[in-house]
Ligand binder design. Structure first.
Ligand SMILES: Cc1ncc(COP(=O)(O)O)c(C=O)c1O
Length: 343
């Protein structure tokens, strides 16, 4: 972070690799992953599969690719998938499900970003030749657009059981699954248990520069490997990046509780300002908020904060988002709280 920039709260993806992470990257043993002989990539894949209680996993460059491979392995062109309307797959992946897999997303406004089984049942296309074949339920935990709300294992299990009883596959976008585990107290393996494929991002709160891992049953991950190549995600000496992911898994999960506490503190400062207030309860490291139009647009609010060294994201005319992460320290959080409380 440059000296003039005091708190970058635009996303938890802005973190830089720590010196220890850079050392792990520099020292990584590598090979050609497309020949299956990069030992560090293989170790990361095995580690994530084991942490999430799955048979196998593949390392890919982004959460978007991981999700899109997840959609692809559960579906055929012309199929439909049920999903929350605000889910990353539905809103922020450039219509990838339609463009790459030929899948029609049936978007449902779920409470807290998680459709109820009654909503799923009502949205389910009929088993009829004129209707799309339904093959997938996609879930997200924590839910980005729903302000980082966390779903516990019981809630995920209920939706997954509903889907499995109807012969659907279940994909979980767990970009911030460790944040969900930190908030709910359910271990990541427990959250993942009833979901067939799980996408985990290393580049968000865990602080790696790049990378996501898709895990699941052996046969689906073998198919996923084919899509990884089709989508251009085959690594060569990917071990340099996998080493960052392994370092993050080993050293960067414990601080997430502090990120969550800091997000709550910043949300309270925002509320004190009388200018903006969180739109969702603050459970994890994301604060989505609405700016009172009497005080200008969200972009104007963000510009006033930026002039004082606090960067946030304006996400709409009157909405914004701030995110805590491991590159903040007590001083930058205190400064951000002061500025947010009196913008
Ligand atoms: C919930 C969720 N899923 C997937 C992604 C996509 O990750 P990436 O930016 O690595 O493609 C993001 C990115 O912010 C996200 O928030």
């Amino acid at each position: 972070m440059s000296a003039s920039l005091l708190a970058d709260l635009r996303s938890d993806t802005v973190t830089r690799p720590s010196p220890a992470m850079r050392r792990a990257m520099a020292e990584a043993e590598v090979g050609d992953a497309c020949f299956g002989d990069d030992p560090t990539v293989l170790r990361l894949e095995a580690t994530v599969a084991e942490r999430l209680g799955k048979d196998a996993a593949i390392f890919v460059p982004t959460g978007t690719m991981s999700n899109q491979i997840g959609v692809a392995v559960h579906t055929r062109p012309g199929d439909a998938a049920l999903i929350d309307a605000g889910a990353h797959i539905a809103r922020w992946e450039a219509a990838g499900a339609a463009a790459l897999s030929g899948v029609q997303l049936i978007a449902i406004e779920g409470p807290r970003g998680l459709p109820t089984t009654a909503q799923l049942e009502a949205a389910r296309p009929p088993d009829h030749p004129k209707a799309a074949r339904l093959s997938l339920l996609a879930l997200e935990d924590t839910h980005n657009s729903a302000g980082g709300l966390a779903h516990d294992a019981r809630a995920l299990d209920e939706r997954a059981s509903w889907a499995h009883q109807r012969g659907l596959g279940v994909h979980l976008d767990g970009a911030r699954l460790f944040n969900a585990a930190t908030f709910t107290g359910d271990p990541v393996e427990r959250l993942a248990a009833r979901c067939d494929t799980v996408s985990l991002c290393l580049s968000k709160g865990l602080g790696a520069p790049v990378g996501s891992v898709l895990s699941g049953p052996r046969e689906l991950i073998a198919l996923a490997d084919r899509f990884r190549h089709r989508f251009g995600g085959g690594w060569r000496q990917g071990g340099i990046l996998a080493a960052a992911g392994l370092h993050a898994l080993e050293h960067h999960t414990a601080h997430l509780a502090q990120d969550h506490a800091r997000a709550a503190l910043l949300a309270a400062a925002l509320l004190r300002s009388g200018v903006a207030a969180a739109t969702h309860p603050v459970e994890t490291n994301l604060v989505c908020y609405r700016v009172d139009p009497d005080f200008g647009t969200a972009a104007e609010h963000a510009a006033r904060l930026a002039a004082r060294g606090v960067l946030v994201a304006a996400t709409g005319p009157d909405t914004g988002r701030l995110v805590t992460h491991r590159d903040l320290d007590d001083a930058s959080v205190a400064h951000a709280a002061t500025v947010l409380a009196d913008p």
